[in-house]
Design a protein around this ligand. Structure first.
Ligand code: ZN
Length: 303
């Protein structure tokens, strides 16, 4: 008997119905037209929910200035997830060596040089350095969607190496930022509940690397700096995070010298909807054919 939740059967169903297209690397795949349609419709629903906030929309490429990730300690905290771009900068002799190794399928990583680019690890990272200086009186609110990279090769369909996250980022005083985070935690729950998903909010931690990382995670949990809205997608016991809410206190304000209008170091918070995971949660919960989804769910997305 097929278990109610199974990573493999979900993956197989997504492939069978053309929702995802394998490309030979775990955690990387193409998306089919119906999958993309659901994703776009969910984004539109979030946009309607956020419309009255008048966030400033920005867009960045899926590559980021390496210095931003060094300065913000991302690479130090998550070396196992980071993707740094390397390229060939050698001469003709080095190229001959490269060609020969490629032909023989031998390792060639040592013939490459680190570039100034990393793959963007979170949609909000390029935003913070753009606010160096003094914020307007009521702070700032940014709307950003991007492809992000996490080096986590896995056959589990919701654990991807490349996926899209739609984030909102708030910068301002502590009171403003925390109240905004709480408002969105409720909004995030409401929109996912309205789509018939069995979600709940819980305190969470980031996968910081190593022994020092475990201390950072313990601190994060104790201070309730990270929440996730989770939903059973591949397991009932270990539900999948569909959105996450991060309160960074004054971390980015300090690193990138962002001040409130009264001269204090600004606080920041962000929330991100994991778009592919939300589509997969919908397909798992309501079936692989969105034409047969419950009417109230369709009414939210097909308005
Ligand atoms: Zn973020």
């Amino acid at each position: 008997m097929t278990p109610e939740f199974s990573s493999k059967s979900l993956y197989d169903d997504l492939v069978k119905f053309g929702h995802i297209i394998p490309v030979g690397v775990p955690g990387i795949f193409g998306r089919g037209a119906i999958f993309e349609d659901i994703l776009t419709r969910f984004e539109a629903a979030v946009g309607r929910l956020a419309a009255s906030d008048h966030a400033t929309k920005v867009h960045f490429p899926p590559c980021i200035n390496r210095q931003i990730l060094q300065k913000s300690l991302y690479i130090d905290s998550f070396p196992q997830l980071s993707g740094t771009v390397f390229s060939f900068t050698g001469n003709d002799a080095a190229h001959r060596e490269l060609s020969s190794r490629l032909k023989d399928d031998k390792p060639w990583g040592d013939l490459q040089t680190m570039t100034d680019c990393c793959l963007t690890p979170a949609a909000c990272y390029p935003v913070y350095p753009t606010f160096t200086g003094t914020l307007p009186t009521d702070g700032a609110l940014v709307d950003v969607q991007n492809w992000v990279f996490r080096h986590e090769p896995s056959d589990e369909p919701t654990r991807m190496q490349a996926f899209r996250v739609h984030e909102y980022v708030r910068l301002g005083t502590t009171d403003v930022v925390v109240a905004w985070r709480d408002l969105w935690l409720q909004r995030g729950l409401d929109i996912l509940l309205s789509l018939g998903l069995a979600v709940k909010a819980e305190v969470a931690t980031d996968p910081f690397f190593g022994r020092g990382g475990r201390m950072l995670a313990a601190n994060q949990r104790e201070q309730k700096l990270k929440f996730e809205v989770v939903c059973p997608v591949i397991s009932a016991e270990k539900p999948t995070a569909l959105c996450s809410f991060n309160y960074h206190q004054d971390k980015f304000g300090t690193i990138f010298n962002i001040k409130t209008s009264t001269g204090e170091t600004a606080d920041t918070a962000c929330l991100g909807f994991g778009l592919e995971r939300i589509v997969m949660a919908l397909l798992k919960t309501h079936g692989m054919d969105p034409g047969s989804w419950p009417k109230p769910v369709r009414e939210v997305l097909w308005t």
